[in-house]
Design a protein around this ligand. Structure first.
Ligand code: GRF
Length: 194
């Protein structure tokens, strides 16, 4: 197996708005011998996002972007991505929708993790909707980001069984555990093919 040094690894920016548990698992995976990536930048629209603590802990550069004006916000984002020579962006609980402008400029280089088996349950409240519809399975999906919300090409998915006594919370927890495995593995696979 190829062991990459820090310099050879692809540079990743992770966008967050909250807890950042996916961010943490991407960071942990990036430190493995066989990882093809390094987390070089964390971007958050929320200065109180708990996940920002990982920037300090792991000495990763962070940037808080003020979204009161989306055009300025995205200009700042693009300039940070350029300045840090970012190769690929991972959205991980980022609660803002990226405009066509930014998606176009980073075409095919922005991925997201979504807590449902897309194309089912795009958008928010996925677990409640899956339970209310008496689905037997839900899960998580890693996909490319395109112009339509949660609609880009699917890269990988993991199914999770919904049991009769599963609450929204319980299901969210089970799915999040799978996200933590699926997201870094998928990212590494994409990069190994580049
Ligand atoms: C995850 O469920 C992810 O699928 C969704 O937002 C949540 C983020 O959780 N897009 P965390 O901030 O990574 O803990």
């Amino acid at each position: 197996m190829v062991k990459l040094t820090g310099v050879d690894k692809k540079k990743i920016a992770v966008f967050i708005s909250g807890t950042g548990s996916n961010l943490l698992n991407l960071i942990r995976y990036s430190k493995k011998k066989n990882s093809f990536f390094k987390i070089n930048l964390i971007i958050s629209n929320n200065r109180k996002a708990r996940g920002l603590n990982y920037a300090r802990k792991y000495k990763i550069k962070k940037k808080i972007v003020n979204y009161s004006n989306i055009n300025i916000a995205e200009k700042n984002i693009l300039s940070e991505l350029k300045k840090n020579q970012i190769d690929l962006v991972c959205l991980a609980g980022f609660m803002k929708i990226l405009s066509n402008n930014i998606i176009q400029k980073f075409k095919g280089k922005i991925i997201n993790i979504h807590p449902s088996l897309l194309p089912k349950y795009r958008g928010l409240n996925t677990h409640k909707r899956a339970i209310d519809n008496k689905e037997k399975y839900s899960g998580c999906t890693v996909h490319y980001v395109n112009f339509k919300l949660d609609s880009g090409k699917i890269i990988s998915q993991k199914k999770v069984r919904i049991f009769k006594n599963d609450t929204e919370r319980k299901l969210a927890r089970k799915i999040l555990q799978q996200e933590h495995i699926l997201y870094p593995k998928t990212l590494n696979k994409i990069l190994s093919n580049l």
